[in-house]
Design a binder for this molecule. Structure first.
Ligand SMILES: C[S@@+](CC[C@H](N)C(=O)[O-])C[C@H]1O[C@@H](n2cnc3c(N)ncnc32)[C@H](O)[C@@H]1O
Length: 201
C-alpha cells in the first residue's frame, strides 16, 4: 500500500471513529458507514492472492473500501463502483485524487439496480464484486452480478453479522445464495461479518 493511499485511509478512519461516537449529530445521508479497518486489511490480503483485474463495488460512499481495493491491485486493473448519493461522490472523488488512484476508478452514479442492468448489457466480466449497499436488495444484486463474474471469481458482502437490525434481510440473502449450486460460500467473522462466495463454474 503506497503512502498517499495510506494517508487518506488513516484520515477516513479518524472520520469513522468520530462518526461512531457522534452518529446522532451527523445526517444519515452524510455518514460514511464504512467497512472497519480490519475488514480493509482482510480484503487487502484476499485480493493480494486473488489478483483481480476488474472489481465491481456496489455502495461506494466516500470511497474508504474502494481505496483498500485500489491499494491492493495492479495499477492497470480497474474498479467500477456504484453510488447514488452525489454529495458522497464529490467527497470520494477528492479522496481518490488525494490518494492518486482516480485513473483506476470509474464511478457510476445512480441506483444500483439500474446501473447493474446497464453493466449487464456490456461485456464486463469481474473477478471480484463487493456488495455493501441497501441490505434488502443483496439477493437481487447477487443474481444480477453472478453472470458478470468470471469462473473462480468472488462475490463478497458486508454486514452479514452486524448490525443485527439487518438480520432478516441477511438471513434471506444467505438462504438464497446457499441454494445456488455454482457457488461455495463462507461467512468470515471479520468486522461486521463478510460473506465470501466463490464462483466454481
Ligand atoms: C455502507 S455504505 C458503503 C460503505 C463503503 N463500501 C465503505 O466501506 O467505505 C452504503 C452506501 O450505499 C449507497 N446506496 C444505498 N443504496 C443504494 C442504491 N440502491 N443504489 C446506489 N447506492 C446505494 C449509500 O448511499 C451508501 O453510501
Amino acid at each position: 500500500m503506497n503512502k498517499k493511499i495510506t494517508s487518506v485511509l488513516r484520515s477516513l478512519e479518524k472520520r469513522s471513529t468520530y462518526e461512531e461516537k457522534n452518529h446522532h449529530k451527523i445526517d444519515r445521508d452524510l455518514r460514511m458507514l464504512a467497512i472497519t479497518k480490519d475488514t480493509g486489511v482482510f480484503y487487502n490480503l484476499l485480493l493480494k492472492t486473488h489478483k483481480p483485474k476488474k472489481i465491481l463495488e456496489i455502495g461506494m460512499s466516500v470511497g474508504y473500501s474502494t481505496l483498500w481495493f485500489a491499494g491492493t491491485i495492479d495499477k492497470k486493473s480497474k474498479i467500477i463502483t456504484i453510488e447514488q448519493n452525489p454529495q458522497k461522490i464529490e467527497l470520494a472523488k477528492k479522496n481518490f485524487a488525494k490518494a492518486g488512484v482516480s485513473s483506476m476508478i470509474q464511478i457510476k452514479q445512480g441506483v444500483a439496480k439500474d446501473v447493474l442492468s446497464q453493466l449487464s448489457k456490456s461485456k464486463n466480466k469481474f473477478d471480484f464484486v463487493f456488495i455493501d449497499a441497501d441490505k434488502e436488495q443483496y439477493s437481487l444484486y447477487f443474481d444480477m452480478c453472478l453472470p458478470m463474474v468470471k469462473k473462480n471469481g468472488i462475490i463478497a458482502a458486508d454486514n452479514i453479522l452486524f448490525p443485527t437490525r439487518f438480520k432478516k434481510h441477511i438471513q434471506k440473502y444467505l438462504n438464497h445464495i446457499n441454494k445456488i449450486q455454482s457457488v461455495d460460500s463462507v461467512t468470515v467473522p471479520v468486522g461486521n461479518g463478510q460473506e465470501i462466495s466463490f464462483k466454481k463454474k
